[in-house]
Design a protein around this ligand. Structure first.
Ligand code: GLN
Length: 273
C-alpha cells in the first residue's frame, strides 16, 4: 500500500482529487507527526503509520465527516484550533471578516470587543492576539464555550467567556465593537453531507430568510454599543441587502459591504451614530 492508494480511497468516495490529496497530507501530518517538508521530501512511512492513515481515510470515506473532526483540529489565520462536532469548523471566509474587523479596531483604537457565538473561539482569539483591546466572547452552548476556553489557553489569550443567548446574560455592558458570524442558513436548507456533522445551532436560523440573528443583534446591539461603536458580521449568500436594510432602519451609519474571493458579499460593517 502507498500514499496514492490511500488518496484513491477518498477519490472513490466522491471527494475531489485535489482535496483528497490535501486531506491525506493532513492525516499524515497529524497522525504520523510529519512536517509538510517531510512529506514533500518523501520521508518514508512504515507499515504501521500507513495503516493508521489508511484507517482514518476509510473512516472519512465511509462517514463523510469532515477531516478536521477526524483530526480534531483546524487552522485559522495561522493558529491551530481544537475542534469537535460541538463547534463549527473555522472557514476561510471568516478570515476576511476578522481582517476587516482588525483594521477597524486598530484604525479607531477600539478597546472593548464582543464576539457573539464564538464557537471554537477563532474570532475572539485572533482579535485578542492582534489588537490592544479586551475581548469578551459568548456562546449559547456550554460545550462550545469549553472548546473556546481551551483554545484561548493554548494560544495564551486572555478572554472573558460568558454563556449567553445573544445579549441575555450581558446585563447593561457596552462594547466598542460587536463581531459575529452568527447562524445564517435558512431553516430547512439541505446541506452537503460534511456540513451535516456540524452543530445545527451554529448553522441554522429559525426563519426562512437566514437573517434572524443579524436582525436581533442589530436591534439589541443598540443598547450594548458605546457611542460610535461598530458591528461587523459575516454574511450568508444573498443576505447583504436585507441586513443592510435592517442597519438603516435602526439608524446605523457608514454601512460597508465587502466581497470574498468568490465575489460574494461576505462582510458587512456599520457604525452606530
Ligand atoms: N465564531 C465561530 C466561527 O466563526 C463560530 C460561528 C458559528 O458557530 N456560527 O467560526
Amino acid at each position: 500500500m502507498n500514499i496514492q492508494e490511500i488518496v484513491s480511497i477518498l477519490v472513490s468516495a466522491g471527494i475531489e482529487p485535489n482535496e483528497s490529496a490535501k486531506e491525506v497530507k493532513m492525516l499524515i501530518e497529524h497522525f504520523c507527526n510529519y512536517s509538510t517538508k517531510d512529506i514533500i521530501m518523501g520521508k518514508p512511512l512504515d507499515y504501521e503509520k500507513l495503516k493508521v492513515v489508511k484507517q482514518k481515510a476509510e473512516l472519512r470515506a465511509k462517514t463523510r465527516q469532515p477531516i478536521q473532526y477526524i483530526i480534531g483540529s483546524a487552522y485559522f489565520m495561522g493558529n491551530l484550533y481544537k475542534v469537535t462536532p460541538s463547534v463549527l469548523i473555522p472557514r476561510d471566509e471568516t478570515e476576511i471578516v476578522v481582517s476587516n474587523a482588525i483594521n477597524i479596531i486598530n484604525k479607531n483604537s477600539l478597546k472593548t470587543i464582543l464576539d457573539i457565538g464564538t464557537g471554537s473561539g477563532c474570532i475572539a482569539c485572533t482579535v485578542s492576539e492582534r489588537c490592544k483591546c479586551s475581548v469578551t466572547a459568548t456562546d449559547i452552548s456550554e460545550k462550545a464555550l469549553n472548546i473556546a476556553k481551551t483554545n484561548s489557553e493554548n494560544l495564551f489569550q486572555k478572554i472573558e467567556f460568558i454563556q449567553s443567548d445573544l445579549f441575555e446574560k450581558l446585563d447593561n455592558k457596552k462594547y466598542d465593537m460587536i463581531i459575529s458570524n452568527p447562524p445564517y442558513i435558512p431553516k430547512g436548507t439541505t446541506l452537503q453531507k460534511e456540513v451535516q456533522f456540524e452543530p445545527k445551532t451554529a448553522l441554522y436560523t429559525n426563519d426562512s430568510t437566514g437573517c434572524e440573528f443579524y436582525e436581533k443583534i442589530i436591534e439589541q446591539g443598540k443598547n450594548h454599543l458605546n457611542k460610535n461603536g461598530f458591528i461587523v458580521f459575516e454574511l450568508g449568500i444573498n443576505e447583504s441587502e436585507q441586513v443592510k436594510l435592517s442597519f438603516e432602519k435602526n439608524g446605523y451609519i457608514n454601512i460597508l459591504i465587502e466581497k470574498d474571493l468568490a465575489g460574494i458579499d461576505r462582510v458587512i460593517s456599520a457604525q452606530i451614530s
